[in-house]
Design a protein around this ligand. Structure first.
Ligand SMILES: C[S@@+](CC[C@H](N)C(=O)[O-])C[C@H]1O[C@@H](n2cnc3c(N)ncnc32)[C@H](O)[C@@H]1O
Length: 437
């Protein structure tokens, strides 16, 4: 049987994510195995781009349709988004995009839809050729490439203009950022000598942004742990922990281990315990540490229930990189916008509070706990820290003198540093450094 075209496969990919709630990673694993090797990159790129611009593309599609597409033909509704994304992205080849999408409808067993696709997509091409902005009339949330609930939540936290700007930043292609374990300048020169272009990150002294993303196997020293893929904002954690030799350090939500490895490479003489609740993800921590030839004690356990795994020895440093909405990393995981529900938020906030409270009792007096999220929603961040400080009279949030992010305070009390995603720069994060009196 002939293999499906990239457009047909992308529509199937989207159906898994949008229609069946499968994560993009899992759906890609399944769909790419059916693609011709030469088409895999294209299917992946189209899937990501449609999901990044999903809300705006849906608005555009619906404005071109005379009547909605019935639910039983959901794949055709998604194939239209693929066609529109191709038209939006590669304008000069627009009519080829129309033909490919029409052909994909046949391959998917919906020959009835060829006329519809042809008419709708040709209308879209004409709009572009006439200089019409198809998104000009889009509601604010769709224009910002955000689901309504997330746009509303960001508007409550940061105002409508910023919510729109955040949505636009989250729809961009993120850079592939490296963390260099040794001398960044020397590694940069090594890359340059083999014609791999990279620029130093703006804030992290360890980071390099690759000009062209590539397979990690092509990076010199990757297999030996000399370099890792890690967003710039994630690289700051090592400095915030202020590690010293001999300290007992707990990385409480550690998988896949990017920060565990960073800690150990930065301070090899620390005694690190890495915990994660997910056995499968924990295997990735092991792989990462082996790659870097460093060692940590690994425990599969619940950070919110340390009585099940803690040996009673208090920690000097704790990293609580808690499960969160991941709204700061939507560029890298655009399926979050489809899979996350507003009702997940109170559950996440409660889980974070339970983990924070449980970990606090494991910290030595004078020790510090770094609370981190990759969220840009205030209730997971400074509001969470404010509530924590109200519950724990022996805690204070240390003011951070850093040149990244924005300080968050309530009534003059510093709570942490909110980091917003930056186009071609770092992801969205939040950091608070909590010291025990
Ligand atoms: C943001 S990720 C951590 C990323 C990791 N620190 C890194 O830099 O590679 C959050 C992790 O928390 C884990 N997790 C979720 N609930 C947990 C719990 N109750 N106890 C321990 N780990 C948990 C998840 O399995 C996930 O691996």
């Amino acid at each position: 049987m002939p293999r499906l075209s990239p457009e047909a496969l992308t529509a199937q990919l989207l159906l898994s994510v949008v229609g069946q709630g499968v994560s993009l990673d899992a759906a890609l694993g399944r769909v790419l195995s059916q693609a011709q090797p030469v088409h895999r990159g294209l299917v992946q790129a189209m899937g990501y781009e449609v999901l990044r611009h999903y809300e705006a593309l849906v608005f555009w599609r619906d404005s071109l349709l005379e009547r909605p597409i019935p639910a039983k033909s959901a794949i055709i509704a998604l194939l239209l988004l693929v066609g529109l994304e191709r038209i939006r992205g590669a304008r000069r080849e627009a009519s080829r995009s129309v033909n490919s999408a029409v052909q994909a409808a046949r391959e998917l067993g919906h020959p009835w839809a060829t006329g519809l696709l042809n008419a709708v997509l040709r209308r879209a091409v004409r709009q572009i050729e006439e200089g019409v902005d198809p998104f000009a009339q889009a509601p604010s949330a769709a224009g910002a490439r955000l689901p309504q609930w997330l746009f509303d939540a960001l508007t409550v936290d940061w105002g409508e203009a910023r919510a729109s700007a955040l949505g636009s930043a989250l729809a961009t292609h993120p850079p592939m950022t490296l963390r260099v374990a040794g001398d960044r300048a020397a590694y940069g020169e090594q890359l340059s000598s083999i014609e791999i272009e990279a620029n130093p990150t703006a804030f992290s002294t360890r980071g390099l942004n690759l000009v062209h993303p590539m397979d990690v196997d092509r990076l010199p020293g990757f297999a030996e742990g000399q370099v890792s893929v890690q967003d710039e904002a994630a690289q700051w954690v090592v400095d915030l922990l202020d590690l010293a030799p001999g300290q007992h350090v707990l990385d409480a939500c550690s998988a896949p281990g990017g920060k565990t490895l960073a800690m150990l490479q930065h301070q090899p003489e620390s005694n690190v315990t890495a915990v994660d609740i997910d056995t499968t993800r924990m295997a990735r921590v092991q792989e990462n540490l082996e790659r870097g030839q460093v060692f940590a004690r690994l425990i599969v356990g619940d950070a919110g229930a340390p009585q099940d795994w803690w040996d009673g020895q208090p920690f000097d440093r704790i990293l609580a990189d808690v499960p969160c909405s991941a709204t700061g990393v939507i560029r890298r995981h655009p399926d979050i916008k489809r899979l996350r529900r507003p009702e997940d938020l109170p559950v996440l906030v409660e889980r974070q509070a339970v983990i924070l409270d449980a970990l606090w009792s494991l910290l030595k007096p004078g020790g510090r706990m770094v609370y981190a999220t990759c969220s840009i929603l205030d209730r997971e961040n400074s509001a969470q820290v404010a509530a924590f400080l109200r519950r724990h009279g022996d805690a204070r949030a240390l003011p951070l003198s850093v040149d990244w992010g924005e300080p968050r305070q309530i009534d003059g009390q510093f709570l942490g540093q909110q980091v917003f995603p930056v186009s071609e720069g770092h992801d969205g994060f939040f950091y608070a450094v909590l010291e025990k009196n």
